[in-house]
Design a binder for this molecule. Structure first.
Ligand SMILES: Nc1ncnc2c1ncn2[C@@H]1O[C@H](COP(=O)(O)OP(=O)(O)OP(=O)(O)O)[C@@H](O)[C@H]1O
Length: 261
């Protein structure tokens, strides 16, 4: 198996909270992987620790078989939760997407004609062309998500991380985003997506990581997306005390599990 990410013994602690405990896993190349688990399971922490955005306990981590994060960084794109972005920053949709192609984050004057075409295609793919000159503060939730996904498309990475790209989005945006994940895979790329709707996992992801502070299961959707693993991830693990059940867990009800975590 060609491993695009190899992780050994990754643990993360925030003061009193052990967010991730001794994660060891491999992600194969060219999968469309969903990261699922209840609120507070450590899904966002997992992505941030892999990308060295937060400190983790001593562990081993390699990308594209044997590259360090520093060596692999130019091949990696990350789309954070929209809540982590300063939407009042005075900039336009097009300028944000242009950041995907510009090595000098704010030096748009250095963008070549070729790069402008890449930006234009990314805007088109996310159906944002008409909104190109709009300030990012004046976008709907779904449009905001699509702006950052367009930036990731423009980056032309090989490995993509999406943290809850469907949070707060309308159905149109959801369809556009899911189609884009498929397109990434068709182009040989790998994506890891924090996802909350269990019902839509089988149709949209071919690989699944069930996470609840520890790895509950990981593998092809057809093998690991089972009732037992869902129960193990959502019901059988002890939960952090500070987590409130939320609407994000509605997928559980639809699947017929009647207990809250
Ligand atoms: N900056 C922080 N300081 C302290 N604790 C934190 C911090 N960030 C996250 N945590 C805690 O770490 C645990 C894992 O959080 P994380 O956000 O990774 O979970 P998650 O699975 O992404 O949750 P959700 O589905 O609600 O987004 C939770 O108990 C959370 O409260």
């Amino acid at each position: 198996m060609n491993s695009i990410i190899t992780i050994e013994n990754l643990s993360v602690r925030y003061q009193q909270t052990l967010a991730l405990n001794n994660i060891t896993l491999q992600v194969p190349e060219n999968v469309r992987m969903a990261i699922i688990g209840p609120n507070g399971a450590g899904k966002s922490t997992f992505i941030k620790a892999i990308l060295n955005l937060i400190p983790a306990k001593q562990h081993k981590l390699s990308f594209f078989n044997d590259l360090t994060l520093k060596q692999a960084r130019s091949k990696i794109a990350y789309v954070p939760q929209t809540s982590e972005v300063n939407w009042h920053f005075p900039t336009t949709v097009k300028d944000v997407v242009t950041m995907g192609v510009s090595s000098n984050r704010w030096g748009f004057q250095s963008v070549s004609e070729e790069q402008k075409v890449v930006v234009s295609h990314a805007l088109e793919a996310m159906e944002l062309t008409d909104l190109s000159n709009r300030q990012i503060s004046q976008l709907s939730g779904g449009q905001k998500q699509r702006v950052f996904i367009a930036r990731a498309i423009a980056q032309d990475a090989d490995l993509y991380f999406f943290d809850e790209p469907l949070a707060g989005v309308d159905m149109k945006s959801e369809a556009i985003i899911m189609a884009q994940l498929k397109e990434f895979q068709d182009k040989g790329k790998t994506s890891l997506t924090v996802h909350h709707d269990l019902n839509s996992v089988p149709d949209n992801f071919d690989y699944v990581l069930f996470l609840n502070k520890e790895v509950v299961a990981i593998g092809p959707t057809v093998d690991v997306f089972t009732r037992d693993n869902i129960d193990n991830a959502y019901l059988n693990h002890s939960q952090p005390n500070n987590i409130e059940p939320s609407s994000k867990q509605s997928g559980l009800h639809i699947l017929g599990v009647d207990q809250h975590v």
